[in-house]
Design a protein around this ligand. Structure first.
Ligand SMILES: [Fe+2]
Ligand SMILES: [Fe+2]
Length: 291
């Protein structure tokens, strides 16, 4: 590419850079707590492919059980497969805004962790179904067929939020943005610890222990940023944050509890089918918390 104008011949130092430029050339540290969380994320890093898969035999379950447990992982993957691009977008924002270095690293660690969670979903689903994905899989049982319809509706609902999110990222401050993640991180940290304790299968105990720890760190990142930024919020930001926390709760309630009707566009028998799948999974030793 030819340069429009050669400045280097006319001045000794380059001119001031237009802001925001995407990256800072500095590594400012203000929030010590975030530095500690980053260190923990390096220590606690795990690889889903290296868990005890050799102890896991899907054929020890009936097809109905396999389809129901895979349904739960699919439910989780509707969220965990959307998390990497969501946090990657937020990571770019931390660079554009020249956030302090540990904030940039913490958002990088969340992006990396969430992709691990997505990979864990992939491994569990493909082994349980003996197929590449839950969407093109041909269900073998009646409940499996209904579960797949649930999946398709959930996926449709989840997809509706991406464009809205992309538009929101440049508009709001990081403080407002992470408030919408907060509910998810708190609830996720709780549910995965319960599942680690209630699952009989070793591979799932291992996965939920790791995922629970990761989500605990994500929650701590959100909390540290809140402590840093919330004392200086404008009134307008405050009211947006209240709405965001509620929206975050409603979005995640599909996996953490049950999807509320005013927010999720789902068929009438959705909850009934989901409860049946959860009951079958629970009876097969897959520890989904009780209603
Ligand atoms: Fe996650
Ligand atoms: Fe998370």
């Amino acid at each position: 590419m030819a340069l429009k104008e050669r400045l280097a011949g006319t001045m000794r130092e380059p001119p001031a850079i237009e802001q925001p430029n995407v990256f800072p050339l500095s590594w400012d540290v203000q929030t010590k707590k975030l530095e500690e969380i980053w260190d923990a994320s390096q220590r606690e890093y795990w690889d889903p492919a290296k868990l005890s898969w050799d102890t896991f035999d899907p054929s020890s379950y009936s097809w109905e059980e396999r389809e129901c447990i895979a349904y739960w992982w699919t439910l989780l993957s509707v969220f965990d497969a959307s998390a990497p691009p969501v946090f990657a977008e937020a990571l770019i924002k931390t660079y554009e805004e020249h956030e302090e270095d540990p904030v940039r690293r913490c958002f990088f660690s969340i992006t990396r962790d969430e992709q691990n969670h997505e990979q864990m979903c992939r491994l569990a689903i493909t082994k349980l179904l003996d197929h590449t994905d839950p969407m093109t899989y041909e269900p073998k049982t009646e409940l499996g067929k209904k579960a797949q319809l649930n999946t398709k509706w959930l996926f449709f609902n989840g997809s509706r939020y991406w464009n809205g999110y992309k538009k929101a990222v440049p508009k709001y401050s990081l403080a407002v943005l992470f408030s919408s993640f907060l509910m998810g991180e708190i609830a996720a940290a709780t549910i995965f610890h319960q599942m680690a304790a209630n699952c009989q299968e070793l591979i799932f105990q291992e996965a939920f222990k790791h995922i629970g720890k990761d989500e605990g760190r994500h929650m701590a990142i959100c909390m540290s940023l809140m402590e840093r930024d919330y004392p200086n919020l404008t009134d307008e930001d405050k009211s947006v944050i209240t709405r965001q926390i509620r929206a975050g709760y409603l979005f995640l309630s599909a996996v953490l509890f049950e999807p509320p009707e005013e927010f999720w566009d789902l068929p009438d028998d959705f909850i009934e089918v989901q409860r049946k799948c959860e009951a079958v999974s629970r009876a097969a030793g897959f520890g989904i918390p009780e209603y």
